[in-house]
Design a protein around this ligand. Structure first.
Ligand SMILES: Nc1ncnc2c1ncn2[C@@H]1O[C@H](COP(=O)(O)OP(=O)(O)O)[C@@H](O)[C@H]1O
Ligand SMILES: [Mg+2]
Length: 275
């Protein structure tokens, strides 16, 4: 068992690294709840400027795996490496120290205050007299929002008045302003319409350009196929396989999701159906 897991990790790294060191590497991660294995010997890595989509049915273990990386859950087994060094991630604060930020579906924004206030929630800039430095915070908000969403103008409005896509960009701005280089987005477009989904796609490409690595969790293959560099498919807590999007078809990825069948263009994981 262990031998094949190690083989999977090193083979995916050889196949996808081009000699680079991963920003993040999860190695042989497992976690069980009440004796049921939600994540079972999962290995996955992420490179600079890369979008890795994590696909699979509801309950496949996607959120649980990334919650281990973001420190929300503590793994039973396995190791995490950040920039090639073994990392200690036992809680969300640890993860943030390693530059890992997570954007949950709920976004966790403070609805009654504006974009700048949300960006600095709990980490406000103060003047030398100890008062809030609204000017500095708004300038910083304009700078970071300008990079992400140049058309955004609604700096003076409470975020509850913004569209879903704009709210999403505020949440992302908050994450990256504090030097995240690994961003986890769990079902970011689940509650959005087509236009706003496109906005999130544009944001994702901006982040890629800045070298940020992104884990994009989704259950919608069409949603991610254009956006991701690689896909990893989970089923019953196990990685079925990982592949560059150019090396597999959508139908093949559906076969991975539904049947656990690993196509020739993908590197099989522990969850691949024995052929
Ligand atoms: N805190 C928890 N307590 C008990 N079971 C959990 C907990 N978190 C996740 N699970 C279980 O782990 C499995 C994987 O869930 P999840 O990671 O949310 O799947 P996905 O995100 O792929 O839909 C599910 O069976 C879920 O019920
Ligand atoms: Mg989930």
């Amino acid at each position: 068992m262990t031998t094949s897991m190690t083989a999977h990790t090193s083979s995916t790294i050889q196949a996808f690294s081009d000699g680079r060191k991963p920003l993040a590497e999860m190695r042989d991660i497992s976690i069980a709840f009440g004796g049921i294995k939600s994540v079972d010997h999962a290995s996955l890595e992420l490179y600079e400027g890369e979008v890795v989509a994590l696909l699979g049915h509801n309950g496949a273990g996607k959120s649980t795996l990334i919650k281990i990386l973001s420190g929300a859950y503590q793994r039973d087994n396995g190791e995490i490496f950040i920039n090639g060094e073994k990392a200690t991630i036992d809680n969300p604060r640890d993860a943030k120290r390693y530059g890992i930020e997570t954007i949950y579906q709920t976004l966790a924004l403070a609805d009654n205050v504006d974009a700048a206030a949300n960006l600095f929630l709990g980490r406000e800039i103060r003047t030398k007299w100890g008062t809030l430095d609204d000017v500095a915070m708004e300038a910083a908000a304009r700078e970071v929002m300008g990079r992400l969403n140049p058309n955004f103008r609604r700096f003076k409005e409470p975020v509850k008045k913004l569209s879903g896509g704009q709210r999403q960009s505020v949440a992302i701005a908050r994450a990256i302003h504090f030097n995240a280089n690994i961003l986890i987005m769990d079902e970011p477009t689940a509650a959005l319409g087509p236009q706003e989904t496109q906005q999130v796609a544009d944001l994702t490409l901006q982040l890629k350009k800045q070298g940020i690595g992104i884990f994009l969790i989704s259950h919608d293959i069409h949603d991610v196929f254009d956006l991701a560099d690689r896909v990893a498919v989970m089923k019953n807590g196990r990685i079925v396989g990982t592949a560059r999007v150019g090396d597999v078809t959508k139908d093949e990825v559906l076969g991975m999701i539904i049947l656990g069948k690993c196509p020739p263009g993908a590197i099989p994981g522990p969850g691949a159906l024995a052929s």
